[in-house]
Design a protein around this ligand. Structure first.
Ligand code: HEM
Length: 525
């Protein structure tokens, strides 16, 4: 019996011994390399007056326990709150050893200003390029240097408000979305917002062609595309947690998801190319200001078109949908804030589905609504963590030494993770009630100079290009939703306390509980 059991286990135990041995060798080599590099940098550190930042202590060699914890929090859907806990315990800047490689985590506005703007040339995207390549290929999000500058200068003019007619398209999509909500029934708004933002992004990129295709086959294909995009993103998110060992996070579900996503985008682009050719051949045809036209003027290479469009689809869909979901969740849980939004919308455009649709000017006047969105982006920045890696040995301005005021050394290739979610909840920046939803805090002069302490859209040369578009879409959607359904009630069983809810962290942070609400036209009894 015992021999039979050994026979069965033997091949597995041999394989696991070999794998474990190899991993130990790899981690050991990385630790040795990291220490050797540190020695070389010692002189530089002395010259710059650097001191070590607190070590976020891993109890096991090579930080294996940190990796295990990261995966545990991933499964338990509490990663962002874990980062808050770490930064509260270790201070605004800490060092850690993960899989034998040293890296730095920071929630310091001064350090972020250095990384994103002042010392822009000292940092690059690190492992983002190989981590994201399978899905996003080469696009504005995964390029650097000349290529990135070219992509950015190509895309930027398309975002300026007079070049796209998206506002009318957003309005149409929002009307379509609201007409499907059943008043008084419990509705999960999260998937509805993801669908809305996918539709608006598709229209922005490709014009009428795609989002208007409403046969059941088209709808099914769009849904398959959406779910494949989610799967692929989950893989990318796990890859970002293991640095240069990203290639370990792979497998058939990821390959299938990438194939589905790419096939869908390729078909849409093919259609858009044909539509552009048709409209060119019709003399006097009305010029459509859509992204794909501008891209096609530069290239007809299907791979280049796919990579750029897919990146924008991802950026346009997920971040704005997350922003909408969290805003509505928070408003429903804060009746006082919801009332203020309702009163404001009512006084500017009136309530009721047949009331006048808000214009851009109306939206600008809705100051409280805009503050509510701003406050949501503080508590739930859709991109809650991000990172850069040093292109050469350099320093961060603060975080080292006993008082945390000395510069911190960053060796060439080491990564700096910046924890926007945790920074946005720092009490020394936002006050004792930092974890509360209080849009009024932005009326206070004390936050006028918050600068790099508030970064939902990033900053510096790589700051978000879609910010204006996203804010317009979010404000319009919530204003119009308030007109149709002025009252929101949280469904039973949903978490009420901020930060206690389960969260799904892919490249954006969304709600694991969804956003289950009752939307009603009159005040609930
Ligand atoms: C609430 C919504 C949004 C949020 C919170 C958001 C957030 C961000 C952040 C944090 C970055 C910087 C990334 C980095 O530095 O690594 C970024 C970049 C970018 N975003 Fe957004 N974004 C939003 C909506 C959009 C939309 C709707 C689009 C376009 C359809 C878009 C397109 C871009 C582009 C093109 C970049 C620049 C990438 C680069 O130059 O590296 N974003 N966004």
């Amino acid at each position: 019996m015992a021999t039979r059991l050994m026979d069965r286990l033997w091949p597995f135990s041999t394989t696991s011994c070999v794998v474990t041995g190899l991993l130990l060798l790899v981690f050991g080599y990385r630790s040795w390399k990291s220490r050797a590099a540190r020695k070389e940098d010692e002189q530089f550190a002395v010259e710059k007056g650097c001191a070590p930042a607190p070590l976020w202590c891993a109890q096991m060699p090579w930080g294996l326990d940190l990796l295990a914890k990261a995966f545990w929090h991933g499964r338990n859907r509490t990663v962002c709150e874990w980062f808050v806990e770490i930064s509260e315990l270790s201070g605004p800047t800490h060092e850690q050893l993960l899989l034998g490689a040293r890296n730095i985590g920071t929630t310091s506005p001064k350090n972020l200003e250095a990384v994103l703007t002042k010392q822009f040339e000292d940092f690059n995207l690190g492992f983002r390029i190989p981590q994201f390549r399978d899905l996003l290929g080469s696009s504005v999000f995964t390029q650097e240097g000349k290529e990135w500058k070219h992509s950015r200068s190509l895309l930027r003019p398309q975002f300026s408000s007079n070049r796209y007619h998206s506002f009318e398209d957003i309005k149409r999509c929002v009307e379509n979305m609201l007409s499907k909500v059943v008043p008084g029934a419990v509705t999960d708004m999260q998937p509805i917002f993801f669908q809305l933002t996918l539709d608006t992004t598709l229209i922005m990129l490709f014009g009428e062609t795609v989002a208007n295709e409403n046969s059941s086959a088209d709808i099914r294909r769009r849904a398959e595309f959406g779910s494949a995009l989610n799967t692929a993103q989950e893989y990318l998110a796990y890859r970002t947690r293991v640095g240069d060992l990203h290639w370990l996070i792979n497998g058939p579900p990821m390959w299938r998801a990438c194939r589905t996503v790419h096939a869908y985008v390729d078909d849409v682009i093919k259609e858009a190319l044909e539509a552009t050719d048709r409209s060119r051949s019709q003399s006097g045809a009305k010029k459509r200001y859509i992204f794909i036209d501008a891209l096609i003027e530069q290239t007809r290479d299907p791979k280049v078109l796919r990579d750029q469009c897919l990146s924008l689809m991802l950026a346009g869909r997920d971040s704005t949908a997350a922003c909408l979901t969290w805003t509505v969740r928070l408003l429903a849980r804060h009746p006082h804030a919801l009332k203020k939004v309702r009163d404001e919308v009512s006084s500017i455009v009136g309530l009721g589905s047949d009331a006048r649709e808000p214009t851009r000017e109306d939206l600008k006047q809705m100051t409280y609504l805009n503050l509510a969105i701003k406050e949501t982006l503080r508590l739930y920045p859709p991109v809650p963590l991000n990172q850069r890696a040093a292109t050469r040995t350099t320093t961060l301005p603060e975080g080292g030494g006993e008082d945390g005021k000395s510069p911190v050394l960053v060796g060439k290739g080491e990564s700096v993770g910046y924890l926007v979610y945790a920074m946005h909840r720092r009490k020394d920046i936002y006050g004792e009630d930092a974890k509360a939803f209080r849009p009024e805090r932005w009326e206070n002069d004390a936050l006028k100079d918050v600068g790099y302490g508030y970064l939902p859209f990033g900053a510096g040369p790589r700051a978000c290009l879609g910010q204006e578009f996203a804010m317009l879409e979010a404000a319009y959607t919530i204003a119009r939703m308030t007109q149709w359904f002025p009252y929101l009630t949280v469904a039973k069983g949903q978490t009420l306390e901020i930060g206690k809810e389960k969260q799904v962290l892919t490249l954006v942070v969304s709600s694991a509980e969804g956003c289950q609400l009752r939307l009603t036209e009159t005040a609930p009894m």
